[in-house]
Design a protein around this ligand. Structure first.
Ligand code: NI
Length: 184
């Protein structure tokens, strides 16, 4: 089932999400629906708060890039109650977008590598280093669990330039090609 996307202005996007309990009802279904929703919206990552669920869960699907990047064939990863344990000192800058911020794309500086402790969809624990693009997607999605969005990383000047667009967005003035929850 395709879930409606929550767009900037929805309070759930600014909440610190709660841990996922192992007996969280319909967790498997939620995760399946998130993968379907992500595929349909042509994104590479989706966090539960973006579909209105304030839980510490996100998914990454890089398979859609596998035509140009064969190393991402079948790259689907579920992160439950993740913790970023270590960040590299080295950083890089890259343009990001977000399904909850339609029409906004900005360069964001982030550590190039991260060590992540997380549970997979079977509640098995992993601790793993990620680098380059996957590391960026993971940090972007992880931010969502703390009520943060990529625009929070921008300079005051860049934020000022986006202000009117963001205000319009909270009032429901935005265009998307995927299903979303209407902002009042
Ligand atoms: Ni996002």
């Amino acid at each position: 089932m395709i879930l409606p996307m929550y767009i900037f202005g929805q309070p759930v996007l600014r909440k610190v999400a709660d841990d996922v309990e192992e007996d969280f009802p319909n967790l498997k279904e939620l995760i399946e629906n998130m993968y379907e929703t992500l595929r349909r919206s042509e994104g590479v990552g989706l966090a539960a708060p973006q579909v209105g669920v304030a839980k510490r869960l996100f998914i990454v699907d890089l398979d859609c890039l596998s035509e140009d990047h064969p190393e991402y064939k079948g790259y689907l990863k579920t992160f439950i109650n993740p913790e970023i344990v270590e960040f590299s000192k080295e950083t890089s800058s890259y343009e990001e977008g977000c399904l909850s911020l339609p029409g906004i794309h900005e360069n964001v500086k982030r550590p190039t590598r991260v060590l992540v402790n997380y549970l997979d969809e079977n509640f098995e624990e992993h601790e793993e280093w990620f680098e380059e693009f996957p590391a960026r997607v993971i940090q972007h999605e992880y931010d969502h669990l703390d009520g943060k969005m990529f625009i929070d990383h921008l300079s005051a000047f860049r934020k000022q330039l986006l202000k009117s667009k963001l205000v319009a967005m909270t009032k429901g003035k935005f265009e998307v090609a995927y299903k979303c929850k209407p902002n009042r």
